[in-house]
Design a protein around this ligand. Structure first.
Ligand code: FMN
Length: 192
């Protein structure tokens, strides 16, 4: 029998991209684990932010944000952006990480993150302590170094994204490939 653990805000694992708002001149970014793609046509992403976040204020000013995936090797930066506030710190000046302009939205991208999404806020839902921002993903960018042989798709091994484990509060990287999705399931019942 499973042990009951009560209401929980934990899923294992979680992504932990950096969400960036503002402009190239005045930007702030935070690390967010409560993030997920939630629609396809047009593509949309949901990001839950505590109302007190400085980054949220900047996102609201332009109605845009970017989602920037850090490499596993850059855990120190993700942790820094997720543990100090732009209210007291200029995170970019202190970390040495840099901004690059987006193509379609005002919020800039974080140059050191190899995969980036440009988003325009289309919904904001009040959840009490948090707000859920739903952003339409209007453009995406990948460093050529993380693309597969076709040059069109991200190779997740090359991307080597940072992953967050809630509860134990650990950063990890992905393990090995298990199977092809939308394929292996069809082997069930094949021999019946
Ligand atoms: C691994 C990790 C995940 C986090 N996930 C979220 C999140 O999903 N939503 C949120 O509002 N804050 C989250 N935080 C906290 C913010 O990143 C943190 O409070 C940040 O310092 C806020 O910065 P700002 O005030 O400059 O916007 C997370 C922090 C860490 C370290």
């Amino acid at each position: 029998m499973k042990k009951r653990l009560g209401p929980s805000d934990r899923l294992y694992p979680m992504p932990c991209p950096l969400i960036c708002g503002g402009t190239v001149e005045v930007a702030d970014a935070l690390t967010a684990a409560w993030v997920g793609i939630c629609a396809a046509k047009p593509p949309q992403i949901a990001v839950a932010l505590r109302k007190s976040r400085r980054t949220l204020e900047l996102i609201r000013e332009s109605g845009t944000f970017t989602v920037n995936t850090p490499r596993a090797a850059d855990a120190v930066y993700a942790d820094y952006f997720g543990t100090v506030s732009g209210r007291e710190h200029d995170k970019f000046a202190e970390s040495g990480w840099t901004l690059e302009p987006s193509l379609l939205v005002e919020a800039p991208r974080i140059a050191e993150c190899p995969y980036q999404l440009e988003c325009r806020v289309v919904h904001e839902l009040d959840l009490g302590e948090h707000v859920l921002l739903v952003g339409e993903v209007v453009e995406s960018h990948a460093d050529p170094a993380v693309l597969d042989a076709t040059g069109e798709k991200v190779d997740v091994e090359l991307l080597d994204p940072l992953v967050y484990i809630a509860g134990s509060r650990e950063y990890r990287r992905l393990g090995e490939k298990i199977a092809d999705a939308y394929v292996i399931g069809h082997t069930i019942g094949e021999n019946k």
